[in-house]
Write a protein that binds this ligand. Structure first.
Ligand code: CU
Length: 274
């Protein structure tokens, strides 16, 4: 009985010791909360099954050990009823889980169900490479172009998004397979060579969240720790304007900066500004 009891005890105390989910144990994103709910539901089902099978096993051991030595052992050639019961119940449970989680899965994975499909919600392209995250933003006020254009703004290892609004990124990789992982938001998506994968997510609170690579991608895998910076809408707009200034590109949402001599992008970026 020691191991089952220890297992249950650990499951009970783990969340309070911070051994459970990343962050403070509660996801900071709406879809993350639904994923957590699925996790706890499956946890409850498996715990119930675990406890019941342990009790049945304990009962069988106790029953056999209390037999008198002269009593003959009983032999079975299987029980049809039992076989049917322990096939149908797990089957029904798995079917229930399969159907129950479908909505969350579809909302997370299907582009057609993503809430972030309106103009401007596609905020960046994230390109993984050995060993960093390269981020490409469009000029503030413009839509992200599918391929890099002059006037785009670049950053490394820090993805900036506004809070309380669903945003979308394009994920790609320059070399091997990586995995874009935002543990506190419960977002994880492989970056696959040759593919551009849209992912949407939403952070409820401004703050700084870890951005990790969840695919062993080479010797410098550990170096792929970036961060997701979530800002209030005003701070986000200000930060993007500042970045546009730093890059010397004209923002479509503000008065264009003085043309920078020798920058080929000037004419292109100012089209949107007027
Ligand atoms: Cu990686």
């Amino acid at each position: 009985m020691f191991w089952p009891v220890l297992a249950l005890y650990i499951c009970w105390v783990a969340p309070t010791l911070g051994w459970g989910f990343p962050g403070d144990g509660v996801s900071d994103s709406p879809i993350g909360k639904r994923i957590d709910h699925l996790f706890w539901l499956i946890m409850a089902i498996t715990t119930g099954v675990f406890v019941l099978t342990q009790i049945a096993m304990g009962y069988a051991l106790w029953k056999a050990s209390t037999k008198k030595p002269e009593e003959p052992a009983q032999h079975f050639h299987g029980s049809h009823t039992l076989e049917v019961i322990w096939t149908v119940i797990p089957g029904a449970l798995l079917l229930f889980i399969a159907f129950y989680q479908m909505d969350v899965w579809a909302d997370f994975r299907l582009k057609s169900r993503a809430p972030a499909t309106k103009s401007g919600s596609l905020i960046a392209e994230v390109t993984a490479r050995q060993f960093e995250w390269r981020i490409r933003y469009p000029v503030p006020g413009k839509d992200l172009s599918p391929t890099p254009v002059p006037g785009d703004m670049y950053d490394v290892n820090e993805l900036i998004i506004p809070a309380k609004t669903p945003v979308m990124i394009y994920l790609r990789t320059d070399d091997v397979q990586h995995s874009f992982f935002l543990p506190t938001l419960r977002i994880k998506q492989d970056a696959i060579p040759g593919k551009v994968i849209p992912i949407w997510f939403e952070a409820e609170e401004p703050g700084s969240y870890p951005l990790l690579c969840a695919e062993l991608c080479g010797w410098g895998h550990y170096k792929m720790g970036g961060k997701l910076t979530v800002l209030s809408q005003e701070d986000y707009t200000a930060r993007m304007q500042k970045m546009a200034q730093d890059f010397g590109v004209a923002s479509a949402a503000s008065t264009p900066a003085a043309p920078t001599p020798g920058v080929a992008s000037t004419s292109q970026t100012q089209e949107g500004a007027n």
